[in-house]
Design a binder for this molecule. Sequence first.
Ligand code: ADP
Ligand code: ADP
Ligand code: ZN
Length: 218
Amino acid sequence: MRLILLGPPGAGKGTQAARIGAEFKIPPVSTGDIFREAIKNKTPLGEQAERYIKAGELVPDELVLGIVKERLAAPDTAQGFLLDGFPRTLPQAIAFDRHLAEKGQALTAVVNIQVDPEVLVERLSGRRICRDCGAVYHVATKKEQHPGVCDLCQGQLIQREDDAEATVRNRLAVYAQQTAPLIEYYRIAGLLLTVDGAQPIDDVYRVIVAGLRKRVEQ
Ligand code: ADP
Ligand code: ADP
Ligand code: ZN
């Protein structure tokens, strides 16, 4: 299965990606996670991406395409992958289609997680992530077992710098302007599976899995 998770910041892409990846045995690939790891390790990629991410702007297409192609060349993606946070612009989507075609591959589906802006702000302001493994928590809706400590790896939970309110507002505007047009792009391609992301995490998950199963059986 080759999947894309589409949706505004805070829609629940990362949360669902971890579970869907485990369910269908395909690796989740989060461009945001790759950038955050690069920034933490002070690599050249991290240095190039950092100022855009801090400002809530998009990293330039060329840079993003490069890391995605490199990641999808790894052997663990031979049976499929689940992209979280890519593509985010029309040029990225078009270039990615071309890249897949060159490899003789096609997308299985694009899952579009829909959530209203007011809810997104609440989700992003309460989001905490594991500094070490990137696992996603929320102060109200997805609490860790031991305060401040990751359930999965015992890493420290932190708040993302770009989840500050002013940056969040910019990211939502950037989404509306640059990423939302992808919904129509993938609808026309017959790939879109839209789900209501305002439901509890388990319900969203069940709807996505049912939709994907139906699609692959067709
Ligand atoms: P995205 O990757 O789309 O930005 P996340 O998966 O990081 O979104 O989720 C954003 C925040 O909302 C996190 O704190 C997460 O725990 C919480 N969250 C995710 N899905 C839901 C949901 N269905 N209901 C309530 N909170 C959610
Ligand atoms: P969220 O799911 O909360 O929007 P991500 O972790 O997916 O956040 O992305 C964090 C930041 O990384 C984005 O605001 C952007 O600066 C950068 N980024 C991630 N993926 C892309 C992409 N495909 N194109 C451009 N920038 C990206
Ligand atoms: Zn962890």
